[in-house]
Design a protein around this ligand. Structure first.
Ligand code: PMP
Length: 400
């Protein structure tokens, strides 16, 4: 059988993720310094593991409702009410928003694309981008419109406006961002929301790294401050009435160190979430049921210590690399996206190869961008590894 002949153009047109390539290369090196991994290096909290184990032992192993178990729905509604002032269709105050629990944040992104994009519709995504964003267009035969955010990785209203046409359905913003770690300011969030309202397009705010937001980037308080009035990550979802225009997408995997559990959620306009729930019924069915019980326990975990640790590592990266390359200081997530100095005459792939020769694994910028002029490093690694990796990088960037 000619199986090639049976494969869809859509699948064949997608190139494999460069992150996977870095994984493969890493497997060949002996004890490499691996700064390519986009997942936290801390263990899952005991209480979270116990809640999931308890749910398994209590025989909560069947399908759940496609929207998620009611207990998790209720906790998320409470959280988003406190954080953004949103009220939900099935809550006592009966608002116009709704929530769906999905298999990973990726599940929410795919369902959002399937629910909104027709062939030929346009979706505006940042460049550099998280690798799934162009795939949201490929999966739906929509057109990705790349918003050039170099050199500072900022998806500003001014830049986005130039990308909007009558065919635009959705704008995707990701702050704190992957690969840049850049966090939008409150004003930038407001301007983007205003633009999307004016143009009648959906603003999808991917906030998977919302808890990984460092001190100087945490500027805006919650709508209804909790007892400690914690400073929060700026978000377009925080402005009054935002739930009519914003599809908020968040996850559990990065914040609580359980990326393999595949848990995320989306919240936004009820009519859109209803369609996403319908699509979930006919595709993923539901997020893993017993792990949803673990997610409830995760919402009680205080991750402050881990976040402080990551902030310290971020400081190490900036201190080492800012003097030797163009680097927008990351205000969140656990990535940095430095420019390869032009004097080296190397593109991202060549730089990646040079790093591998010195036992260091990175991801080249072209994995996340239409251009290959930068590289991504992840500092979700123990300090001693990071220190060793930075020493290699400082030499490489200086042409030594
Ligand atoms: N959005 C961004 C910006 C990400 O970096 C990632 C994962 N690297 C995802 C979404 C998907 O995360 P999940 O594992 O929850 O599907």
């Amino acid at each position: 059988m000619n199986i090639e002949h049976l494969l869809s153009k859509r699948t064949l047109a997608m190139s494999g993720s460069g992150i996977r390539r870095a994984f493969e290369l890493g497997a060949k090196l002996k004890d490499p310094i691996n700064l390519s991994i986009g997942q936290p290096d801390f263990p899952v909290a005991r209480s979270v593991k116990d809640a999931a184990i308890h749910a398994i032992n209590a025989d909560r192993n069947g399908y759940s409702l496609s929207r998620g178990i009611p207990e998790l729905q209720a906790r998320l509604a409470e959280k988003l009410n406190t954080d953004f002032g949103w009220s939900f269709a099935n809550s006592a105050s009966g608002g116009e928003s709704d929530i769906i629990v999905t298999p990973g944040t990726s599940g929410a992104l795919v369902l959002a694309a399937m629910a909104t994009l027709n062939p030929g519709d346009e979706i505006v995504i940042p460049d550099p981008f998280f690798v799934l964003y162009p795939a949201m267009a490929s999966l739906t035969d929509a057109k990705p419109v790349y918003c050039d955010t170099y050199p500072d990785c900022k998806m500003t209203a001014e830049r986005v406006e130039q990308c909007i046409t009558p065919r635009t359905k959705m704008v995707v913003v990701n702050s704190p961002g992957n690969p840049g770690g850049v966090v939008n300011t409150v004003d930038e969030c407001r301007d983007l929301l205003d633009l999307c309202r004016r143009k009648n397009v959906l603003l999808l705010s991917d906030e998977i790294y919302d808890e990984f937001t460092y001190t100087e980037s945490r500027t805006q308080k919650a709508a209804k401050p909790e007892k400690d009035s914690a400073m929060k990550c700026p978000s377009p979802a925080r402005f009054p009435g935002a739930e009519e225009n914003v599809l908020l997408v968040r996850g559990f995997g990065k914040t609580y160190g359980n990326t393999g559990w595949r848990l995320g959620y989306a919240a936004g306009p009820k009519k859109l979430i209803e369609q996403m729930i319908k699509l979930q019924q006919f595709s993923f069915v539901c997020a893993p049921t017993p792990l949803q019980f673990g997610a409830i326990a995760a919402l009680d975990v205080d991750a402050t210590i881990q976040m402080q640790e990551y902030q310290k590592r971020r400081d190490m990266v900036v201190k080492a690399l800012a003097p030797v390359t163009g680097l927008t200081a990351p205000g969140g997530a656990f990535y940095a996206f430095p420019k390869i100095p032009e004097k080296l005459g190397m593109n991202g792939l060549q730089f990646l190869e040079a790093a591998i020769e010195r036992n260091l694994i990175l991801v080249n910028g072209g994995t996340f961008s239409l251009r290959d002029t930068h590289f991504r490093l992840s500092y979700a690694v123990p300090e001693y590894k990071l220190e060793a990796g930075l020493a290699v990088l400082v030499d490489l960037l200086a042409g030594k």
